[in-house]
Ligand binder design. Structure first.
Ligand code: COA
Length: 140
């Protein structure tokens, strides 16, 4: 968990200016104790350095798909497929759990990244942590 949080601090807190209080929540505790989220960590094969992360939230309102969020790749490792790899790992885990679809809130600049993975945007843009987002869904 510490490695995933170190990537998220670099990307969301230092790079995007999100406060630590907004960034880290009850789903980010010790994975042995917290059962509401599955976290994935991408490491370099050569050095094992953590470079990418994302999480799937398992508690969701009835009738809604579970949510993927906190998708982050260290700036110097973007465009190399690590974002796709952590998303596909969570899609696989979701399928294994019988989950039929995923919802997420995409920062506007990341819309094409999620579209490449098959997500479809809907609804108007909205602000979260002072950053513009749109809701996107994927049927697994
Ligand atoms: N515009 C268009 N296409 C994009 C894109 C962009 N901004 N970013 C990625 N893609 C495409 C890639 O070309 C690639 O396409 P391909 O599979 O057909 O080759 C595919 O999406 C996967 O790209 P990948 O290299 O795996 O993406 P990444 O490792 O750079 O990760 C983010 C993408 C968004 C996670 C990364 O840029 C990031 O961490 N940004 C900062 C944090 C952030 O904004 N997170 C999202 C919050 S909603």
């Amino acid at each position: 968990m510490d490695y995933a949080l170190s990537v998220r601090r670099r990307v969301f807190v230092e790079e995007q200016g999100v406060s630590e209080d907004e960034e880290i929540d009850e789903h980010d505790g010790d994975p042995a104790a917290v059962t509401t989220a599955v976290h994935v960590l991408g490491r370099l094969e050569s050095t094992q350095m953590p470079v990418a992360t994302a999480r799937l939230l398992l508690d969701h309102p009835p009738g809604e798909y579970p949510h993927i969020g906190r998708v982050a790749v260290l700036r110097e490792f973007r465009g190399l497929g690590y974002g796709r790899a952590v998303m596909e790992a969570l899609h696989e885990e979701a399928r294994r759990r019988g989950i039929e679809g995923i919802t997420l809130a995409a920062q506007l600049h990341a819309l094409p990244f999620y579209e490449h993975l098959g997500y479809v945007a809907h609804g108007d843009a909205f602000l979260d942590a002072r950053i513009e987002h749109r809701r996107m869904d994927l049927r697994l």
